[in-house]
Each structure stands twice: as C-alpha cells, then as structure tokens.
Design a protein around this ligand. Structure first.
Ligand SMILES: Cc1ncc(COP(=O)(O)O)c(C=O)c1O
Length: 393
C-alpha cells in the first residue's frame, strides 16, 4: 500500500477549507471589533458597518441588491425558512408545494414534516442524469400551490437543474403564480445565477461551501415577496431573522465572496479541466466504474460521482482514507448511515450501485497532481479490495 504524505481533500461538497484571508478577517473581528451591531455606542456602529459591508459583498456576488440578502445560520436554516416562511405568509388557502426527488435533506425532511402537518407535496422525478424536466415540474403546479422549490446544483452528483426554464414557466403563470425557491448552496459562486432573469423569488446559500466559515448563510428574498420570520426576537435582519448577528462569520462570508468575485471564472475553467482528468483517470484504472450524473453538460465543475460495482462505497472510502485521500459516499448528513444514496437510486440505479457510490468534490485549492494521486490511490485500493469484490445481483 502506498501512502501519500500530504492529505488530499476531495470532499469539498461536504465543506471547504476557509480561505486564509477569511480566517484573518474573522480573527480581527473577534480580537478588536467584537461589538454588537445593535449597540448605540461606536463599537456597535463599527460592527454594524462590518455587517453592511459583508452584505454588499454577498449581494454583489449573487447579483442582487443588499437589502434583499438576509443572513442565516447556513443553508439548512435558509431552506427551512424559505419553505415555512412562504407557507405562513401565503395563508390557509395554500396547501401544496412542489419539489424534486433529489433535493438536499434540509428540503426533503422539511417536506416530509409538511405532509405530517397536512400539506400536499408533489415530487418531480429526475432523468438518468439526475435532472428534472421543467415541463414536468410546471405540470405539478395546482390552484393551491404556494411554492416550487428546486435546487440549482445537486450536491451528490453535480447535476445542474434547469432553474431558468422553471422560473420562466412560473413567470408566465401570472401574478398568482407560486413563488420559486432555489437551493443554490452548491452552485453559488461556482456557476452563474441570473436572479432576476430566471424569475427566482428566494435563494438559499451557505458560507462554508465557498471557503467561508461554518454556521453562516443567507436567504435572498426578492423585493416585494412577503415573508414571515422563522425566528422571532430583537428584530434584526429587517425584522425577519432575529438574533444577535454572528459578526465574525458574516465578515468571513463577505471576504469569501469578495475572493470568488475575483477568481470565479478562472476557477470554473480549471475545475472543469480537473473534472475531465479525474473522470478519465478513474475510467482508466477501473473501466467498470459507472459515472453518476451528467458527463459533460449541465454539470457543476467540482463534483464527480462514480459507482464501483462490486465494492461498498464505505469500504472504498476507508481504503482511500488509509491512503490519505478524503472522499464521501453521499451527502455529508447521510454518509454516516449505511444506506444506499436516495439520489443515486433516483437516477434509476440499483441498490447495489447506489451502495457503491463515491463522491469526489474539488475546490480552487485542488491541483492536477492531487487528482492523479487520487486516481492512483483508488487503483491501489481497488487492487487491495479486489479479492472481496462481490458479483452484482
Ligand atoms: C444543496 C445543499 N443544500 C443545503 C445544504 C445545507 O447547508 P448548511 O450545511 O449550510 O446547513 C447543503 C450542505 O450540504 C447542500 O449541499
């Protein structure tokens, strides 16, 4: 068994290494500028200025006005707020929501809860690449549909959903159309989002997926969209999300956005090249490997997901870990449970294929050398585990 000296982190969809500038800026806030933005003295005023500056950075990367960005504790809260806040503000008449089969658990678990509360949930299926058909999504809209929630980039397989088409179709439904929510946690910063052109009302984003701190995110709420709060209290965030602002994390998020504004295009091109290199490398060392998700088009630059028939994803993950390469078997929230990935199953794959799935996810820090190390570690691991390979049933 060959072991690399430096760890190769290929789990950037789970979380990312904070940019050094993020850590520096946050440390400075913790040390020197720890005021509460609501305080009336100058320390409060300084903290408030920091929050406003960061809000401008986030809004600018998203391509929206700063008064439409509301900080939250992350993508999960933003998703929960988008759903519950929409239903609460729409009123009793609206009892139906539409979503897709491959949403993140922070959407799907919320939808399950809604069903327990008596709401109807329609789930659009996906094709073999993990994409919804926009017409099928639109056909699910009923008289009492409050919300359509479809993610931008699927977090396990990288499929990019046709959000522009869904938004356009919803806009054609006139003023009483359902509102459109997009969970853009994996797509934000990495891919373009044309918020107004795509007719999006609500967008969830998360800081730790783009090299900012954990426990920080935001919900974009289009101007004029009525929204109920989820968290009540001191009236922070224009009265819609109470709680003393997490100033250091907000500042870190803003700095991460500023950096992405400079590097996004270049990073995207590099990552698409690394993605191709990784895919051909894996196909070279294990021709039976099956790519989950779109091969070239409508796919995010940083995610590659393969099934390795005959092997268990978990076993492969451990074998790669022993070789200092860190990957995932599915979304971080579910990867500790030994269950087949519901996302891979939704592509029409078998349970055995879903149990053998591994996700490799890259970042601006990923190098071609690391991709090659990953491929040879995988080759080595597959050779070692080969005698235990099981025939697919
Ligand atoms: C697509 C998607 N949505 C939402 C989330 C949740 O974000 P957070 O970890 O900030 O709560 C994640 C995180 O894995 C994600 O990938």
């Amino acid at each position: 068994m060959s072991t690399n000296s430096a760890p190769v982190y290929m789990d950037n969809s789970a979380t990312t290494r904070p940019f050094p500038e993020v850590i520096e800026a946050m440390t400075d806030v913790y040390r020197e500028q720890f005021g509460n933005p609501s305080s009336l003295h100058w320390m409060g005023y300084e903290a408030e200025k920091l929050v406003s500056k960061a809000r401008r950075s986030v809004a600018s990367l998203l391509g929206t006005g700063e008064d439409q960005v509301y900080f939250t504790s992350g993508g999960t809260e933003a998703n929960n707020w988008a759903i519950f806040g929409s239903l609460r503000s729409a009123g009793e008449r609206y009892k139906h929501v539409v979503t897709s089969a491959v949403e993140h658990p922070s959407i799907l678990a919320t939808m399950e809860y809604l069903e327990q509360l008596g709401y109807r949930v329609s789930v659009a299926p996906v094709d073999r690449y993990g994409r919804v058909n926009p017409e099928e999504v639109l056909s699910l809209v009923a008289e009492d549909t409050c919300l359509v929630s479809v993610m931008y980039v699927q977090n396990e397989i990288g499929a990019v959903q046709p959000c522009a088409e869904i938004g356009a179709g919803l806009s054609e439904m006139g003023p009483r159309r359902p509102r459109f929510h997009v969970d853009a946690v994996q797509g934000f910063a990495r891919l373009e989002i044309d918020v107004s052109k795509w007719g999006i009302d609500l967008i969830s984003i998360s800081s730790h997926k783009i090299h900012g701190p954990k426990g920080m995110g935001a919900l974009y709420i289009r101007k004029g969209v009525p929204m109920h709060p989820l968290i009540f209290g001191g009236g922070q965030e224009q009265g819609l999300r109470s709680g003393t602002e997490n100033v250091p994390a907000i500042v870190g998020f803003g700095v991460a956005c500023d950096i992405w504004a400079q590097i996004a295009h270049q990073v995207r091109d590099n990552l698409y090249n690394l993605r191709k290199r990784l895919i051909s490398g894996i196909a070279g060392v294990f021709p039976d490997a099956v790519l989950n998700g779109p091969p070239l088009e409508n796919v995010a630059p940083h995610i590659v997901n393969f099934s390795f028939p005959g092997f268990r994803g978990e076993t492969l993950l451990n074998a790669l870990e022993q070789r200092n390469v860190f990957v995932s078997t599915g979304s971080a929230c579910s990867s500790r449970k030994s269950k087949p990935s519901p996302v891979v199953l939704a592509l029409g794959k078998s349970e055995a294929e879903a149990l053998s799935a591994i996700r490799f996810s890259m970042s601006p820090f990923t190098t071609a050398e690391e991709v090659d190390i990953t491929v040879s570690a995988l080759e080595d691991a597959l050779k070692e585990l080969g005698p235990w390979r099981r025939k697919l049933t």
